[in-house]
Ligand binder design. Structure first.
Ligand SMILES: Nc1ncnc2c1ncn2[C@@H]1O[C@H](COP(=O)(O)OP(=O)(O)OP(=O)(O)O)[C@@H](O)[C@H]1O
Ligand SMILES: [Mg+2]
Length: 330
């Protein structure tokens, strides 16, 4: 990897899921879950990914981590093409430990019959992060304490924990294999507000302690902003905007982002903006609209938006938008 270059580079990544045919001669249709997504992730940063439910956030993370096969596009990690983890088996093991995901539903990813401690030791031993079981147990107890769980939790089963505790267990499981990049998929969404804040603080503390780089996925911009250096906004499988958080408040922000920003509850009257309510739901990803993906719900849409797919371009340094009307700050 060249010095200062991105740690991870995603280029034109597309993932289509075939739709089951109901009739033999029917044309094969696809769910356009992720389409032509490109972005770079730099060492030590936190990139937030936001978008409504169904916008393709989880699929994007899963495609990058080779948990689902990509349809097209490439994933470059530390200068090397790792798309679908098509690398020699020895290297694959290293990639699996360096790039870790904390899943959207931590309970579903834990085997209810296996004690938490053992569930954490197992990948540690399989990936060679501990030489023997005793060492794995010691490391696991230490990590449990770091995330604020008592070491006695080692011998408990998943159902014996609260939602917030399970999320911490998901974090320990990911940390156990010495990752460099952590993909956190809706890691705090299911938690109540006070626990959300605690877990976000924990993520921030762990980032410094373990030199981590985060991709933090969520549907709530109000939460994502607390942790992210830059934010990628997705809508119906496409990237609409990539920007620093402060840039999302500018007039040049994408209309969809403006609607998301207006929905953030602001206690101070000065910062309070007029709420933009989007009409209707996110359209079907099987028949995405022609032209701009957002045209049907956009309060700024013009006739051409329904015909021509807008380019993704830089409106100011580091701020990219997929809307042609933001060029001159219109
Ligand atoms: N295995 C699959 N087979 C078929 N379609 C899928 C599959 N996984 C996801 N999809 C579809 O892909 C689209 C994107 O889904 P995805 O789960 O990535 O969205 P998301 O942004 O993570 O949503 P949420 O915020 O609800 O988690 C949706 O239309 C979904 O129905
Ligand atoms: Mg998801």
């Amino acid at each position: 990897m060249e010095k200062g270059g991105p740690l991870l580079k995603v280029e034109h990544l597309t993932k289509l899921f075939p739709v089951k045919k109901t009739r033999f001669f029917e044309e094969q249709r696809h769910v356009h879950a992720v389409e032509d997504v490109s972005f770079e992730l730099y060492e030590g940063e936190t990139l937030g990914i936001v978008g409504e439910s169904g916008s393709g956030k989880s699929t994007l993370a899963r495609a990058i981590l080779a948990l689902t096969k990509v349809t097209s596009g490439t994933v470059i990690y530390r200068g090397e093409d790792i798309t679908d983890f098509r690398v020699p088996p020895a290297k694959r093991k290293l990639l699996h430990s360096e790039l870790q995901m904390i899943f959207q539903d931590p309970y579903a990813s834990l085997n209810p019959k296996i004690k938490i401690g053992e569930a954490i030791c197992e990948p540690m031993l399989a990936n060679g992060q501990a030489r023997n079981h005793d060492e794995a147990v010691k490391k696991t107890r230490h990590l449990l304490e770091i995330v604020g769980l008592r070491a006695e939790c080692f011998d408990r089963f998943p159902h014996e924990f609260s939602g917030g505790q399970r999320q911490r267990i998901g974090i320990v499981r990911a940390l156990a294999v010495n990752p460099r990049v952590l993909f956190c998929d809706e890691s705090v969404s299911a938690l109540d507000v006070s626990v959300q804040a605690q877990v976000l603080n924990l993520f921030n503390a762990l980032k410094k302690e373990f030199n981590l780089t985060y991709v933090f996925i969520g549907h709530d911009l109000a939460v994502i902003r607390y942790i992210s250096d830059r934010i990628l906004v997705m809508y119906l499988g496409k990237v609409m905007e990539i920007a620093r958080y402060d840039q999302l408040f500018s007039d040049r922000a994408h209309p969809y982002t403006k609607a998301l920003v207006s929905a953030i509850p602001e206690p101070s009257t000065a910062a309070r903006k007029e709420r933009i309510i989007l009409e209707g739901d996110i359209p079907s990803a099987v028949n995405p609209p022609e032209g701009c993906r957002f045209c049907q719900r956009c309060f700024m849409a013009r006739p051409e938006c329904f015909e021509v797919e807008p380019d993704f371009y830089e409106v100011e340094p580091g701020h990219f938008v997929r809307c042609p009307y933001m060029k001159g700050g219109e």
